[in-house]
Design a protein. Sequence first.
Length: 86
Amino acid sequence: MKRFFPESMEFYGFKEFFKRREYIKEQFDLLEDYQQYVYRGYIYEMPFVTDFIRNAVWDYLNGFCTDMDFVCIYSDYLRNKTKKDT
């Protein structure tokens, strides 16, 4: 089966994406338009990830969200996750 984006761009949750975001963004920028469209499908089909997180990842990859904004989103995510766990 033909792969439409490199396997190294796969991630399994927001925490993993956050750690590898710069590499994934570099690889994303090298993709053709149709490959980016397929990658969007990959992001939006992820189970156990909220729409807010999916949208934040997509906005980051497309440059609508700066790295500093994304760090703030991730910090809020961790803070909220900690509150739910207690």
